[in-house]
Ligand binder design. Structure first.
Ligand code: GLA
Length: 361
């Protein structure tokens, strides 16, 4: 009995205290509002950022993982086709086009009010066997290239807003890669890719996409010279895609320089394949820690901040290369643990997510 009474007194005192502390808190808020942040469930990348934010998306994961699809639906307002439009997937033999996966993503984007960015009409990789072994003179090769580009672009005319027209034409030393396209058609095939795409859909925004702008001036200058040269010749190029597969120890200055110099071309700027590796030295035993998470969050913030500083009219958006750490290409490609994306393997937001939002504050 005594005990019950004592307990009741303690509980009452505690409640009184709690109420008075609560009142004190709200009085403070009346004087000086500290935080205006909406509840977490009302926040999303697409709502809270002043430019489009997207991800490269896999149709297989959209169909097989509800959490993946939910995050895509909620968070992003732009979708890049991760693999579905690469040549060997979409055009596996001379007279066969495999539209199913690309159609699925284009339809999903249309039904859910998201921009669809097509990737990629031309690349030195993912060349199907029928192309690698194709026999023909330069006229036949030109027809092959033109047909490939125009068949795809015209199918999606008006539904795919923008395209990576040519991907990764340069080596790290700033020279053109010795790709099958250069071998068969010469360097100016790049300009013709843009013209063919433009003929098929004059409204589509056309990008040259590459990586390494943040490595230093050699490759960056080659890329900037190419896009500026195309623009000055009146070739229909509208934007520059900077892949930015980067790492947590890349300097903020190098990343900012890459973004600023791209913007100086006057073209649209797309950070097109962003991910931030935390294990670039391939430590097979690395584990994920709070310290890594906050370093990564700061790096995301720094990139978003530099991007937010370029002229609004040039901000095409930022796209991460897939959604969660479970979907990233990096662990498989380099055979190492890594955690490069803003969502963890359970599709929960990581500190990197907040880093992205903080970049525009
Ligand atoms: C490049 C390509 C992408 C993708 C990534 C990662 O950056 O442009 O299509 O293949 O590598 O795999």
């Amino acid at each position: 009995m005594m005990n019950t009474k004592l307990n009741a007194t303690i509980i009452c005192t505690f409640l009184l205290l709690a109420v008075s502390v609560g009142c004190q808190g709200s009085k403070d808020r009346d004087v000086k509002p500290v935080t205006e942040e909406p509840p977490a469930e009302d926040v999303s990348l697409q709502k809270n950022l002043p430019f489009k934010f997207g991800a490269a998306i896999s149709p297989g994961l959209m169909k097989s993982r509800a959490a993946y699809r939910d995050v895509v639906t909620k968070e992003f307002n732009s979708i890049t086709t991760e693999n579905a439009m690469k040549m060997s997937f979409i055009h596996p033999s001379a007279n066969t086009y495999n539209w199913a996966d690309a159609d699925y993503l284009v339809d999903f984007a249309a039904q859910n009010g998201k921009r669809l960015h097509g990737h990629t009409l031309n690349w030195y990789k993912n060349v199907p066997a029928w192309v690698a072994s194709f026999q023909g003179d330069s006229t036949a090769w030109e027809a092959l290239l033109k047909t490939h580009i125009q068949t795809i672009v015209s199918r999606y005319k008006g539904r795919v807003a923008s395209w990576d027209v040519v991907n990764e034409a340069f080596e790290e030393n700033g020279k053109y890669r010795n790709s099958i396209w250069i071998q068969k058609l010469g360097e100016d095939y790049i300009a013709r890719c843009f013209q063919y795409a433009h003929e098929a859909d004059p409204q589509a925004l056309l990008f040259y996409n590459d990586y390494g702008h943040e490595y230093g001036p050699t490759k960056r200058t080659a890329i900037l010279n190419l896009v500026t040269g195309l623009k000055n010749r009146g070739i229909p190029i509208h934007g520059i895609g900077m892949q930015m597969h980067t790492r947590v120890n890349r300097s903020d200055a190098d990343l900012a320089k890459a973004i600023e110099t791209a913007a100086a071309t006057g073209l649209l700027v797309h950070i097109s394949e962003l991910d931030i590796a935390v294990n670039p030295d391939n430590d097979k035993n690395m584990v994920w820690t709070a310290a890594l998470a906050s370093q990564q969050a700061l790096k995301y913030k720094s990139i978003v901040k530099a991007y937010n500083a370029i002229p609004k009219a040039q901000q095409f958006g930022i796209t991460t290369w897939n959604v969660s750490d479970a979907d990233s290409w990096i662990p498989g490609q380099y055979d190492r643990p890594d955690w490069p994306l803003p969502f963890d393997a359970n599709y929960e937001r990581k500190p990197a997510y907040q880093g992205i939002l903080d970049g525009v504050k």
